[in-house]
Design a protein. Structure first.
Length: 171
């Protein structure tokens, strides 16, 4: 498996907070931690690495929530895998902000990222549009696991419905 994107939603259900990432070049948008695979990585290995790099958080366990095939810049196709973190370790403290610069091979800064916990409703309002379907899949997964979540966030579940095809049979 090569050249795919993998991302992960880290959500604390006890207080409805999401560990979000924003890019300094798009300060009004929020997204989950994630990125492109490196040679030989599985989707899970990619999200574990990306979460450590971008959030300074170790994923102990996660569940695949959504897979989509998209056309890349060169006209070919690649997959995007989206996960929900089930257990984490060393998560960024609430109220703290983590900033990281990602550099290319030559050492030039290609991304300046800011990670912080935000309320799930704020995250939804500022969510990067390409992650809407994945967020809908994750919200539906959480609603199936916890009736209280379903009741508390019913407006979010309507706003971000579960995609008709979760793509979980795609590889």
């Amino acid at each position: 498996m090569s050249d795919f994107y993998a991302g992960i939603f880290v959500i604390d259900l006890s207080d409805g907070m999401v560990l979000s990432v924003s890019d300094a070049s798009h300060p009004g948008e929020m997204k989950m931690a994630g990125g492109m695979s490196k040679e030989g990585e599985s989707p899970e290995q990619t999200v574990y690495r990306e979460c450590t790099e971008e959030l300074r958080t170790q994923i102990l366990d996660c569940t695949l929530a959504y897979v989509e095939r998209v056309q890349n810049r060169t006209g070919g196709n690649h997959f995007r895998y989206f996960f929900l973190a089930d257990r984490v370790s060393g998560a960024l403290e609430k109220g703290a902000v983590w900033q990281v610069e990602e550099k290319d091979i030559s050492g030039r800064v290609k991304e300046k990222l800011i990670a912080k916990w935000v309320p799930i409703l704020e995250f939804a309002d500022k969510l990067f549009y390409k992650q809407y379907n994945a967020f809908g899949a994750v919200l539906s997964m959480l609603a199936c696991r916890d009736v209280g979540f379903c009741q508390k966030y019913s407006t979010l579940l309507k706003r971000f419905p579960e995609p008709e095809d979760l793509g979980l049979g795609q590889k």
